[in-house]
Design a protein around this ligand. Structure first.
Ligand SMILES: [Zn+2]
Length: 416
C-alpha cells in the first residue's frame, strides 16, 4: 500500500456533521430520532443519502425491497465489490448513531478516498439496508435476510405494519421500490461499523471492538392456562393462578441465563393477562421469551433447561403451559480473514481494541451466512441504545470509520 494510503484518515468533522445533519430527519424533542422504515422521514434521509452518493460519483441503484447500493468503480471491474454500510431507519424513540454511523461512515470512506485520489483494485459498494430495526414491519433485518434467501421478496413485500400497510405499499408511497432484483448486487465481503449497544468497550476503555461473533437467538411464544376464579372466595391451595405461574417462569429464565452468564442472556419481554381484573385470579396469560448465546451448545442447554423448568412449574401448579419455539437463529461466527483485517487495521492505527461478541442482531450477521462478513464496534455512552439518549463521541466515531476504511482498503486492494 502506498504511503498516502497507509496514513490516510477520514475527515472526522465532516463525518460528525453528516451524522447531525441527517439527524434532523425525524428529530425528536429529546434529541433522538424517530425514523421508522419507509416513512416520510425515511424518504427524506434516503433522498439525502442518494444525492450525497451521486455527488461522490457513485452509481446508485435500489433493489425491489428498497435497499440502496452506491457503487464506486475499482481498477479491476472483474472483481466483486467489497460492501460496507448499515441502515438509516431507527426505532420509534431511537438515537442518532444506531445504523446511521455505519452508513454515513461508509459514505465518508468514499469521500476520503475521492479527496486523496485513491483508486482501489476491487470496486466498493456502500449500502443502506431497508428495515433493520423491525419496529414497523417484522422481521427485523428483513432486507438482508431476503438478500441471503431466508425469505422470498414476495413474502417480505406482503408483510403488513400495525395499520395494515404492506411493505410493497410503503415502498411505493415513498418511491423506493427499486428495479434491481434482491440479491443481484454481489459482494466479495461486507464490513459493518456500528455502535456497540452494550457497555463493554466503555467499561474497559477500549476504542474498537473487533466483532468475531454474534449471539444466536431463541424466540418462544408461551401460553399459560390456569383457571379464573374469585379473588376473595377461592382458598389459596385451590388456585390455579396463571400470573403466579408466570412469575416462577420469569425467575426460572433469569436463573438459567445467569447460570450460563456471561455467555447467555434470557428475557421475558411481553406478558398479557386475558381479561385482567382486580378481583379475579388470572386464568390465562400469553407471554414471550428471548434467550441468546453465541455458543451453540449453550443455546441447546438454554432450550433444554427452560423446557424442563416450565414443565416442572406447570405440573406442580396444575396449570397448562404451551411453549412454542417460533424462531431459532444460530450463532454467527464472522469470517476469520475479515475479522483479522479489522483487527490489523485497529492495530496499525494505534487504537486500543479487543475481540467482542455482538449482543444484538445486525444485517452483517445475516449476510455472513452467504458472504464473508465482519463488524467494527465503537463505544456508546453507558451502553445505551434504542433510546433517545443514545450517545457516542466524535473521536470514537472517527476511529471506527478509520478502521472501517483501512479494513476495506486491505480487502479491496489499493491500485498502484
Ligand atoms: Zn442498528
Amino acid at each position: 500500500m502506498s504511503r498516502a494510503a497507509t496514513n490516510l484518515q477520514i475527515d472526522s468533522a465532516r463525518l460528525w456533521d453528516t451524522i447531525h445533519e441527517t439527524a434532523k430527519f425525524g428529530a425528536t424533542p429529546k434529541g433522538g430520532v424517530r425514523r421508522l422504515t419507509l416513512s416520510v422521514e425515511d424518504k427524506q434521509v434516503r433522498d439525502w443519502f442518494r444525492k450525497a452518493c451521486e455527488d461522490a460519483g457513485l452509481e446508485v441503484h435500489v433493489d425491489t425491497l428498497g435497499s440502496m447500493f452506491g457503487l464506486r468503480k475499482g481498477k479491476d471491474m472483474s472483481k466483486l465489490p467489497v460492501g460496507l454500510g448499515s441502515h438509516l431507519d431507527t426505532q420509534p424513540t431511537g438515537g442518532k448513531y444506531d445504523g446511521v454511523l455505519g452508513t454515513l461512515a461508509a459514505l465518508e470512506v468514499v469521500r476520503t478516498l475521492n479527496d486523496a485520489g485513491i483508486e482501489t483494485e476491487a470496486p466498493l459498494c456502500i449500502c443502506n439496508w431497508t428495515n433493520e430495526e423491525g419496529s414497523r414491519f417484522a422481521p427485523a433485518m428483513m432486507a438482508s435476510a431476503a438478500y441471503v434467501g431466508d425469505f422470498t421478496t414476495d413474502d417480505i413485500l406482503s408483510r403488513k405494519d400495525a395499520e395494515g400497510v404492506s411493505v410493497a405499499e410503503a415502498l411505493d408511497a415513498i418511491s423506493y421500490r427499486g428495479e434491481t432484483p434482491v440479491g443481484t448486487q454481489k459482494f466479495s465481503g461486507f464490513v459493518e461499523l456500528h455502535i456497540e449497544q452494550g457497555p463493554i468497550l466503555e467499561a474497559e476503555h477500549k476504542t474498537i471492538g473487533v466483532v468475531d461473533s454474534g449471539q444466536g437467538v431463541l424466540w418462544y411464544d408461551g401460553k399459560i392456562t390456569g383457571f379464573e376464579s374469585h379473588a376473595g372466595s377461592t382458598p389459596m391451595q385451590l388456585r390455579r393462578d396463571a400470573l403466579a405461574t408466570l412469575s416462577e417462569i420469569v425467575l426460572a429464565v433469569e436463573s438459567i441465563a445467569r447460570k450460563h452468564a456471561p455467555k447467555a442472556v434470557g428475557t421475558i419481554g411481553e406478558a398479557v393477562i386475558a381479561n385482567p381484573s382486580r378481583n379475579v385470579i388470572p386464568g390465562e396469560i400469553a407471554f414471550t421469551a428471548d434467550c441468546r448465546s453465541a455458543d451453540a451448545a449453550i443455546m441447546d442447554a438454554l432450550d433444554r433447561e427452560f423446557r424442563t423448568a416450565v414443565a416442572e412449574i406447570a405440573a406442580r401448579r396444575k396449570v397448562e403451559v404451551k411453549l412454542d419455539l417460533i424462531w431459532r437463529k444460530p450463532p454467527t461466527h464472522f469470517d476469520p480473514k475479515l475479522v483479522q483485517a479489522v483487527e490489523q487495521a485497529a492495530e496499525a492505527l494505534g487504537y486500543s481494541h479487543r475481540r467482542i461478541t455482538s449482543g444484538a442482531g445486525h444485517d452483517a450477521c445475516n449476510l455472513n451466512t452467504r458472504i464473508p462478513a465482519a463488524m467494527v464496534f465503537v463505544p456508546c455512552k453507558d451502553g445505551i441504545s434504542h433510546n433517545e439518549l443514545e450517545d457516542a463521541t466524535q473521536p470514537d466515531c472517527a476511529a471506527g470509520a478509520n478502521v472501517l476504511m483501512h479494513a476495506v482498503l486491505a480487502l479491496a486492494g489499493v491500485a498502484s
